[in-house]
Write a protein that binds this ligand. Structure first.
Ligand code: ADP
Ligand code: ZN
Ligand code: ZN
Length: 839
């Protein structure tokens, strides 16, 4: 693929240019050229958001990617309608990163922009507006003009307005300058989808009038004034008790929540009088999602082995861009991160710490908040779009010099990253599968760091083979911690033979005697237990016990997923849904049961085996709700749950001191991963879940239940010899051409007609065979799911040689091949989806 930019383009700010290439958030192959009106020319800068017309009617926000003097050949350039920013929203490094991402992951730069820019920054004709809850017309620094007032008045009556509503209210055709101004004055918020609407938690708070805090005599005067007015006096005293402003005047600024102030029965009207008399003032405070309250705590002293690893990492960083920190579970990687982050922040650079989705709600974020306080931003995928805009703007303004976030936080507008840390770097969830850009956040982060001349630290107890390979090759630096922090030792493993127990009649409700004994022992000693069941990539579904009917999507060849709380069956691929039937639609039987997750069944078995134990279950079902996960963790931490049953999500970085027993309910399930990564994933999963046990003074016990306890893999995990395991797996990977020895590219061909899809896939296959690079092309085969959204799909897998220009040449040729195939009338509506590094 031809590069969209040359290096010097990023530096070109010369004015007097008549044209700008605009990146638009749409899946089109290239940027579009627009005319720069004379009056806007002095302001034009790369990275500014502009409003342009796209197509006949649509108005979109785009980003200036390039300015020049060449009119487009194929079309008449339309003018840029307006500029939205004073300062670029997107900096040149980001644009460079987007370009790299589009090229590497074989997608359009507009798709990257769409993923990167929160929709609150993408004003378009599809936008809706709402009042900014923090806006107060009376105290606002910015006066509003008549038309702006009109829009706000309309928003007082109606929660939200569409772009067109606004046009109608004012009777004008170009509404964006007015909306732009309202956004700038922080009076409104922009959103695109209803789910994104911002509903912050706003508290009404009370504080003393600043004049009173300023002098002691002023307060005395106030006390004199309230003498004989016991109701007012009581409020004043209560306030001073909660907020001792005369010991610490800075406390007044935060004040106290009004509801709290009045909770002991003080009267609201007395408070009102005090406010009227200028004793107190009222203000609104938006409560942050991530608790600000976290008590401040310093970084801990590093242990000797942590200190050694810390020094080693820093030494490697002198010569290497990337370092892998391989520290066993419980070795205290977080404390090492903290020390590194502090150093980078002190040097004035920014830091990004990437965590897997689910780990973000756990203890690690709380721990970091204690140390880094308000300079740390948190970027969560469950945040609404406007919350993301807040983080975005916080990075832009310099308020957040450190961000902890999920994979999409690599798109934040950092301008001087000093370090990127990827914790649990082996986690599959760092890969975005759908939609494009189908990027791997770890790999993209390394690239991002490279653009910033920053360092990348990858941390894991079970590194991905890619990273480990790079370390053994000397491409990455390598630091290791082989034992746990403090007195904690690594857990002891036990294999429990399911088949043998069954023969001896010792198996009860699928549990072996050994597992029952270990659990019993833990319960007797007031310790906690985690039981893990592998989800193996599928979701719960409903089945008829009589005729084995299961609900199928009408548009896709997949089972519908059972959603307990909504009482619905849903398709996870296309969103199709239906109510749960009362009786089997096929045979009329009422015996419909839930299948698939297994955790419910396990919970049931355990409740029969240990009737006094308090059970908790953590899986997709119980954590769908935004706070479900957190609530379960809190209960577990507080000791209100004795046995926690869960899927993958209980393996991620949890640190609970009282967990001494971990049971792997069905060890065999873990081994049957349908992929060349089976061994790697099994090793990682078992080690990670086992790592939750015995993290303090009592050694943990891990029981793996299996029908084939002799399987070699269990032995390897138990011995914990990661290097030996890696070495053996590498022999196979090399022999059969798998990563890290080759690059994989997966191409999916989709069409509504099965024959056309197949024909197109074969046509592509033949063309690819002619590309003159070293490679192996497998397929095309029917997709694992043969039909999605009424589209049939076929998959090809390409293994590319890793040397030299192979990848570049292949991608370039592939672009051409796909363009040519799409020109064939029969294939016009065929879709090709290219996934680079698919797993
Ligand atoms: P890892 O992420 O490597 O599995 P954690 O960072 O969760 O390990 O650390 C394990 C436990 O040890 C945590 O409870 C942590 O607070 C504690 N810990 C680690 N290092 C230190 C230290 N230097 N001082 C005090 N406590 C520590
Ligand atoms: Zn479907
Ligand atoms: Zn039936």
């Amino acid at each position: 693929m031809e590069s969209l930019f040359a290096e010097h383009d990023f530096l070109d700010k010369s004015s007097g240019n008549n044209f700008a290439d605009i990146i638009l958030p749409v899946p089109i192959p290239r940027m579009f050229t627009y005319k720069i009106p004379k009056n806007l020319q002095p302001q034009i800068q790369i990275g500014l958001r502009v409003i342009v017309q796209f197509g006949k009617k649509k108005v979109l926000t785009g980003i200036i990617g390039k300015v020049h003097n060449k009119p487009p050949q194929a079309y008449e350039a339309k003018p840029i309608l307006d500029i939205l920013d004073h300062q670029p929203s997107v900096n040149p490094l980001q644009i460079r990163f987007w370009v790299w991402m589009a090229e590497y992951y074989f997608c359009h730069i507009g798709e990257v922009m769409f993923a990167a820019l929160p929709s609150g920054l993408r004003l378009s004709s599809e936008s809706k507006v709402q009042l900014n809850p923090n806006f107060d017309a009376e105290t606002s620094k910015y006066p509003l003009d008549v038309r702006e007032e009109k829009i706000l008045e309309a928003l007082e009556k109606k929660d939200e307005l569409s772009y067109e509503d606004c046009e109608q209210i004012l009777g004008v055709k170009t509404i964006h300058p007015i909306l732009k101004s309202l956004v700038a004055k922080e009076a409104i918020l922009i959103f695109e989808r209803v789910q994104e609407k911002y509903t912050p938690k706003v508290e009404t708070r009370v504080r003393l009038h600043p004049d009173i805090v300023a002098s002691k005599s002023a307060l005395e005067t106030v006390f004199e004034a309230v003498q004989g007015k016991p109701k007012q006096e009581s409020i004043l005293l209560k306030f001073l008790r909660d907020v001792p402003v005369f010991q610490r005047p800075q406390l007044n600024e935060k004040g106290v929540d009004k509801a709290t102030l009045l909770e002991e029965g003080d009267s609201e009207s007395s408070l009102k009088t005090l406010i009227k008399n200028g004793v107190f003032e009222i203000f609104k405070h938006v409560v942050n999602r991530i608790e600000e309250e976290a008590a401040e705590r310093e970084a801990s002293e590093l242990s000797l082995s942590q200190q050694a690893a810390f020094e080693e990492i820093k030494t490697h960083f002198e010569t290497k861009q990337t370092v892998l920190l391989h520290g066993v579970t419980g070795s205290g990687k977080t404390e090492i991160y903290i020390k590194l982050i502090q150093e980078v922040l002190e040097s004035g650079s920014q830091v990004l710490l990437l965590l897997p989705e689910i780990a973000l709600t756990t203890q690690i974020v709380g721990r970091l908040k204690q140390v880094f306080g308000s300079q740390m931003g948190v970027y969560h995928s469950k945040y609404s779009d406007n919350e993301r805009v807040e983080v975005w703007n916080g990075v832009l303004s310099g308020r957040f010099s450190f961000v902890v976030g999920v994979r999409s936080s690599i798109f934040l507008p950092f301008d001087s990253l000093g370090m990127v840390i990827v914790d649990e770097e082996h986690e599959p969830s760092f890969k975005q599968f759908d939609p494009a850009p189908r990027f791997h956040a770890r790999d993209a982060a390394i690239m991002l760091a490279y653009f910033h001349q920053a360092r990348t630290l990858l941390g894991s107890a079970t590194p991905s083979f890619e990273s480990y390979f790079n370390a053994t090759q000397g491409k990455y630096g390598y630091a290791e911690i082989t034992h746990r922090f403090g007195d904690a030792s690594l857990p002891e493993y036990h294999l429990a033979n399911i088949s043998a127990d069954r023969k001896k009649n010792l198996l009860k409700l699928d549990s072996t005697r050994l597992l029952r004994e270990k659990i019993q022992n833990a319960l007797e000693n007031q310790q906690q237990v985690i039981i893990f069941q592998n989800r193996r990539g599928y979701s719960p579904y409903i089945q008829c016990e009589d005729c084995s009917w299961t609900g199928q999507c009408v548009q896709c060849d997949v089972s519908l997923t059972y959603h307990q709380f909504a009482e619905e069956l849903r398709c996870h691929y296309c969103g199709y849904k239906e109510k749960i039937p009362q009786a089997c639609p096929a045979c009329g039987s009422s015996q419909l049961t839930t299948q698939g997750m297994g955790t419910e069944r396990i919970e049931e078995s355990l409740s029969l085996l240990f009737p006094e134990a308090r059970l908790g279950r953590m899986d997709l079902d119980t954590t769908r709700n935004k706070y479900g996960y957190q609530r379960l963790l809190d209960e577990f931490a507080a000791g209100q749950i004795d046995i926690l049953v869960g899927t993958q999500m209980i393996t991620k970085g949890l640190d609970f001191g009282k967990v001494t027993v971990v049971g792997i309910w069905d060890g065999d399930r873990i081994l049957n991963f349908p992929d060349f990564r089976a061994g790697e994933r099994a090793y990682q999963q078992i080690t990670q879940v086992a790592g939750r046990a015995g993290r303090r003074d009592i050694q943990g016990q891990v029981v793996i239940q299996s029908r084939n306890p002799d399987n070699d893999l269990f032995g390897k995990v138990i011995r914990g010899d990661y290097f030996e395991f890696f070495r053996q797996e590498m022999i196979d990977r090399k022999k059969y051409y798998y990563p890290p020895f080759v690059k994989l590219v997966k191409i999916t061909t989709r069409h509504a007609d099965a024959k056309t899809a197949q024909k197109a896939a074969h046509a592509l296959h033949h063309q690819m065979a002619n590309i003159a690079v070293k490679k192996i092309v497998l397929g095309p085969e029917k997709g694992i799911i043969a039909r999605i959204k009424n589209q049939y799909q076929f998959e090809s897998l390409i293994k590319l040689d890793k040397q030299g220009t192979t990848q570049a040449v292949f991608k370039q040729s592939l672009t051409k091949i796909i363009e040519e195939l799409q020109a064939v009338p029969e294939f016009r509506s065929v879709r090709w989806i290219v996934d680079v590094d698919p797993s």
